[in-house]
Design a protein around this ligand. Structure first.
Ligand code: DC
Length: 223
């Protein structure tokens, strides 16, 4: 039976992953966070000092990124090591943004992303899911919020951690990543023509969850 595929794209910090995770659990779908796959390659590049496009391309044959789903929750494996807990730092965010602009890196992850979608009911979030990875997705959402709102949400998450950057640093990082993600030559962050635009700047977390979930349920009823 054909699987239900939901694509959620948008800039960093818009809440795509946390929102998708909650909805996937409610609907018994699998949530695929493609940003975590780029983050795993970013982590590899930091560890092995190969952030440059040519260097990371050369290393790709020895970089395996796979996903495990434990109780529907995604774990990211980098060469069989579970790196899920090491990929959320600002340093890895920036490295992920950098390596994700390299065409060979994108090609390296594309087949796996497509394969997971054919085998499962999924909510997949990223930057190019509706436009490149799953152009035939049953439902496409473009979820965004202002850079200031995204920075304050991210800052609140990081605030209690040691070496927390200032709000201004978080905002500068967000702006820099937006710039990288929107202007790269390959699969840039963009809203697919048939995606539903959701601006969550003035919405609470549960409000966004309820709204997107209602869109998915509507679609499920049509299928
Ligand atoms: O969603 P995130 O912040 O975890 O993503 C980390 C980086 O990975 C982001 O700066 C851009 C890149 N990315 C991408 O290019 N394509 C995707 N489908 C997902 C993420």
């Amino acid at each position: 039976m054909k699987k239900m595929n939901v694509a959620i794209d948008g800039p960093g910090g818009a809440g795509k992953s946390s929102i998708s995770r909650v909805i996937a659990e409610e609907l018994n779908f699998i949530h695929v966070d493609t940003g975590a796959m780029y983050r795993a390659i970013g982590l590899y590049a930091i560890r092995n000092q190969c952030l440059d496009a040519d260097q990371i391309t050369e290393k790709l044959p020895e970089i395996s990124v796979t996903l495990k789903f434990i109780g529907g929750v995604q774990r990211v494996m980098l060469c069989d090591e579970d790196v899920t807990d090491y990929i959320r730092s600002p340093e890895v965010s920036m490295a992920a943004s950098k390596v994700s602009a390299v065409p060979a890196v994108r090609a390296h992850l594309l087949d796996l992303q497509k394969k997971i979608a054919t085998e499962n009911d999924i909510i997949m979030d990223g930057r190019d899911i509706g436009s490149v990875v799953l152009p035939d997705a049953d439902l496409k959402i473009f979820l965004t919020a202002s850079a200031e709102e995204r920075a304050s949400r991210r800052y609140l998450e990081l605030k209690e951690k040691p070496d927390c950057p200032s709000y201004e640093e978080v905002l500068a990082d967000i702006r820099q990543r937006d710039e990288n993600d929107m202007n790269r030559a390959i699969a840039p962050l963009c809203q697919a023509e048939d995606a539903i635009f959701v601006d969550s700047s003035e919405m609470g977390f549960h409000e966004v969850v309820a709204y997107i979930e209602s869109l998915i349920r509507e679609k499920l009823n049509e299928l």
